[in-house]
Write a protein that binds this ligand. Structure first.
Ligand SMILES: O=P(O)(O)OC[C@H]1O[C@H](O[C@H]2O[C@H](CO)[C@@H](O)[C@H](O)[C@H]2O)[C@H](O)[C@@H](O)[C@@H]1O
Length: 322
């Protein structure tokens, strides 16, 4: 097995020994560093689910792909994380895998915090082969695009967003954080600290002022990787997941995500499992966020690992898996 870890802000990679007791509790030792101080551990499993529920779901996917919904987050899962959100793009290998899977699975859905138009454009989903029945749910499920008919559903922005846009530059300047990147998402506003000299401390310093501004404007906050987003209350990726699984009448769902905003979708799939729907939960791992790993049936090495796994799934469904 392979381990990636962040030690003193340097990502390193080592082989390691792992012992798992009969309760499934794992212990590991690393030579040369103290493992529990300023070290973030990222376990990357191989391509087989580590849980019984995940393995069972994969078997059903392989037996009944037409009843399977593949749902994916965008940034950090399909698209590698980059400094400027406007320059993000889907990993070409992931897009080619989705093109192969489009005709093999019941449905393919992207569930993202991005505005839906942005996700469709950055993803190249409109032009990609094999994705004529794809759906993209943007802004945590409020916005929607269906490839079939190239149809967009874009509800109006909530009241309060205009005030946020007006006050935000002054708030950031007052904190000495005018260099933060403001992303206008139409019905939401994101403040990015990636690219600042100390993104983590800027993120922490922004927590309270951003919360206070959101509250005053009748909105809520959504934290992410070096980003605070101010958006409307009332819908999250869990709600979006439940609705789309019901609409597509999916009997099995695969969901891959990487960040805090994906947790409600993970919880929705866990809930759906208790209702008889099979679920396979995939974490696209990074050294920046590990909230999903403990819930995941499969932990893959970021967007590159996700793309490779999607190709492997297509290989297995077409009988090309060695
Ligand atoms: O639900 P997602 O598809 O994961 O979108 C969540 C947020 O992702 C974007 O920000 C993240 O990706 C950026 C580009 O790689 C990166 O610079 C940033 O640090 C990440 O937090 C996006 O810009 C946000 O609007 C999304 O809400």
């Amino acid at each position: 097995m392979c381990l990636r870890y962040d030690h003193d802000s340097t990502v390193r990679q080592s082989a390691f020994d792992l012992w798992t007791n009969s309760s499934g509790i794992s212990t590991l030792g690393l030579d040369g560093i103290h493992p529990w101080r300023s070290v973030r551990l990222v376990f990357v499993s191989d391509t087989q689910p580590i849980s019984e529920a995940g393995r069972a779901a994969l078997q059903v996917v392989l037996a009944h792909p037409d009843q399977t919904m593949l749902a994916l987050d965008f940034d950090g899962t399909l698209a590698p994380i980059v400094d400027d959100p406007a320059l993000a793009h889907v990993d070409p290998d992931a897009l080619s895998a989705l093109s192969r899977l489009g005709s093999l699975l019941g449905s393919i859905v992207v569930i993202t915090g991005r505005p839906v138009r942005t996700a469709v454009r950055l993803g190249g989903f409109g032009e990609a082969e094999g994705l004529r029945s794809m759906t993209v749910l943007g802004q945590y499920g409020v916005e929607r695009w269906d490839a079939d008919g190239d149809h967009y559903d874009l509800p109006p922005a909530p009241p309060g967003i205009a005030q946020v846009n007006e006050e935000l530059p002054g708030l950031l300047a007052g904190l000495g954080l005018a260099g933060s990147r403001i992303e206008d998402k139409g019905r939401a506003v994101a403040v990015h600290t990636r690219g600042l000299a100390d993104p983590a401390s800027a993120f922490d310093r922004l927590a309270e002022p951003i919360r206070e501004l959101a509250l005053r404007c009748g909105l809520t906050v959504e934290p992410g990787k070096n980003v605070w987003e101010i958006r409307a209350t009332g819908i999250d990726k869990g709600d979006a997941m439940r609705a789309i699984v019901a609409e597509k009448d999916a009997q099995t769902v695969i969901f891959a995500g990487d960040d805090l905003g994906d947790l409600p979708a993970f919880e929705a799939v866990e809930q759906l499992r208790t209702e008889g729907i099979r679920g396979l939960l995939i974490c696209s791992a990074s050294h920046e966020e590990d909230a999903l790993t403990e819930h995941a049936d499969l932990v893959l090495d970021g967007p590159t690992g996700v793309a490779a796994w999607l190709h492997q799934l297509a290989d297995r469904l077409t009988g090309n898996y060695g």
